[in-house]
Design a protein around this ligand. Structure first.
Ligand code: HEM
Length: 184
């Protein structure tokens, strides 16, 4: 739930933030990938990055979450959080990466909103961000635990046991899990 101080500030600024979400999203990703190029090559889908709508998903969902906190302060949008957390856990997102996203997202908001982003407004949106981030981190932690995986460890080591040339330009590889367990 948002604090008493943050609630009116988020209510007053949500229309401005919502209207600027496309610009904020664009600058956010530019800043993020400039600082962490490996995230683009390893984690984010380049096809999705080329698509403006998908690019707005992350920042847009924070604005949507803020709207829900204002409309129904006592309810948690569990379905939305679960969908995002499942996507994140399938990709091996880790809790420390939320600080990186926070840094670049708020820098992008400063670039776009300028003087409108006072300390009071920043503090209020910080609350929104961390309420959502902590809810996602909690679900993702549970998903990793249920799968018996360490945080972010979604890849399984395999070894190639056979390399078969099928045709002059097609090769098949036979893989076996390194841990000796079943493949499926
Ligand atoms: C409060 C913070 C965050 C929010 C609100 C958020 C929100 C979202 C949303 C709405 C989606 C789309 C889900 C879908 O396809 O159904 C998504 C996907 C994704 N998120 Fe997050 N996210 C957050 C933090 C992070 C962090 C810390 C990372 C790690 C760097 C991350 C990496 C990704 C990636 C790689 C995808 C898939 C995008 C693609 O397909 O290219 N997110 N996130």
């Amino acid at each position: 739930m948002l604090s008493e101080q943050a609630t009116p500030v988020v209510r007053a600024t949500l229309p401005v933030v919502g209207a600027a979400i496309g610009d904020i999203a664009e600058l956010f990703y530019r800043r993020l990938f400039d600082a962490r190029p490996a995230l683009l090559s390893d984690l984010f889908n380049r096809g999705n990055q080329a698509n403006g709508e998908q690019r707005k998903a992350l920042a847009g969902s924070i604005a949507a979450f803020a709207g829900m906190l204002l409309e129904t302060p006592d309810a948690r949008p569990d379905a939305m959080l679960a969908r995002i957390a499942n996507k994140h856990a399938s990709l091996g997102i880790t809790s420390d990466q939320y600080k990186i996203v926070h840094r670049h997202l708020f820098a992008a908001m400063t670039d776009v909103l300028g003087a409108a982003l006072t300390d009071e407004v920043t503090a209020a949106w910080d609350e929104v961000y961390w309420l959502m981030a902590n809810a996602l981190i909690a679900i993702e932690t549970r998903l990793y635990q249920e799968a018996g995986a360490a945080e972010g460890e979604v890849w399984r080591r395999m070894e190639i046991t056979e390399r078969r040339r099928e045709t002059p330009d097609v090769v098949s590889f036979l893989l076996r899990p390194r841990d000796g367990g079943p493949a499926g």
